[in-house]
Design a binder for this molecule. Structure first.
Ligand code: NDP
Length: 322
């Protein structure tokens, strides 16, 4: 089968389009023909070696496609499914854990099915788990026009929270307002203090920071005393170790570094979050914006665009025609 393979860590150029043997599912997996694969920031961490995997490996975690073979004979061949945690999804076939699948209606838009779970379920656990947002709460979201950012903004505002976001351009500002943000800022020095002033000096209840290194200390300035900072990503690089005393200095704040893995680990939690995302999309309550799609062989360009901050919303790789 055709796939993108990584033989050494590095820039986008290490994403090589090649031919490899098709994978074989274990009893706990099903083999799927991938139609479209989702592209996520985590894929760049694996490519760069920030997260390690045995080389050579096929990157990618997310996608949609049709079941080819279920060793247990429970899922019919041809069933349309989506997943967010099958390592090796930048390929024509991938093995997906049977517990990590959701069925997708046949008329569901393919590119949305491919990119809704990882970012959508992340937005869900941040707004319904890490900090349960409700009427009257305030939250701040970095990269408000990004994949997670757009979905989290919509979920937070539909829960009744006032949403503040940070973005880097006029175009992204418009997108963020359209998703439901009430105040959109730029990454100018001192934005944390600026946000705090806008809340009458109180600060924000919860800051969701997926940018990391370049925003983290401003996030601490923006959060209220005894508020929460959820550092959920590192798009600008990982945050250096800090002295816990810093959390005291900012008013006994809570700092968490959450992951989707931990927030879907409890019995039934994966299906609960996945179904919530799928249903919200089907009901029209959650709009997922796929801003770019690339053929599989152009995965390197997709990574370049994602890391140059030129994308908004989600981006995907077209693998095989449905
Ligand atoms: P995005 O679409 O949000 O892309 C990243 C965005 O980060 C850019 O568009 C850009 O927006 C912003 N950014 C700020 N500084 C930089 C920089 N120096 N280099 C690149 N981008 C920068 O990506 P995703 O939605 O896929 O992911 C968002 C974050 O969420 C990532 O950090 C990712 O790792 C994390 N994540 C975490 C999960 C978890 O389980 N903890 C699960 C899923 C995602 P702008 O130009 O507006 O600044």
């Amino acid at each position: 089968m055709h796939a993108i393979q990584i033989a050494e860590s590095g820039g986008p150029e290490v994403l090589r389009y090649t031919e490899v043997p098709a994978p074989l599912p274990t009893e706990e997996e099903v083999l799927v023909d991938v139609t479209v694969a989702g592209v996520n920031y985590i894929d760049t961490y694996y490519r760069e070696g920030i997260y390690s995997a045995e080389k050579p490996f096929i990157p990618g975690f997310e996608g949609t496609g049709r079941v080819v073979y279920d060793p247990q004979g429970q899922i019919a061949e041809g069933t349309l499914v989506a997943w967010h945690h099958a390592f090796g999804s930048y390929a024509e076939q991938v093995c997906v854990s049977r517990n990590g699948l959701v069925a997708v209606p046949d008329d569901f838009p393919t590119e949305i099915a491919a990119s809704m779970l990882l970012q959508g379920m992340t937005a869900h656990f941040l707004s319904h788990g890490v900090y349960e947002l409700g009427e009257g709460d305030t939250c701040l979201i970095t990269a408000g026009a990004g994949g997670v950012g757009q979905l989290l903004t919509q979920m937070a505002s539909s829960l009744g929270a006032t949403v503040y976001t940070i973005v880097s351009s006029d175009e992204k500002e418009k997108i963020s307002y359209a998703c439901g943000a009430e105040h959109v800022f730029r990454y100018r020095e001192g934005w944390g203090e600026q946000v705090r002033r806008l809340t009458g000096g109180r600060g924000i209840d919860v800051v969701y920071d997926g940018v990391g290194q370049s925003t983290f200390f401003e996030s601490l300035e923006a959060v209220r005393a005894r508020g929460t900072v959820a550092l959920f990503g590192a798009a600008s690089g990982p945050v250096e170790p800090i002295d816990p005393q810093l959390l005291n200095k900012h008013g006994s704040i809570f700092l968490t570094r959450p992951s989707l893995g931990a927030w879907t680990a409890q019995e039934g939690e994966f299906q609960m979050r996945a179904q919530a995302v799928v249903q919200a999309i089907m009901d029209g309550d959650l709009k997922l914006n796929v801003s770019a799609s690339y053929p599989l062989e152009e995965a390197a360009q997709a990574h370049r665009d994602l890391q140059s901050r030129s994308t908004t919303g989600s981006i995907v790789l077209r693998v095989t025609p449905d």
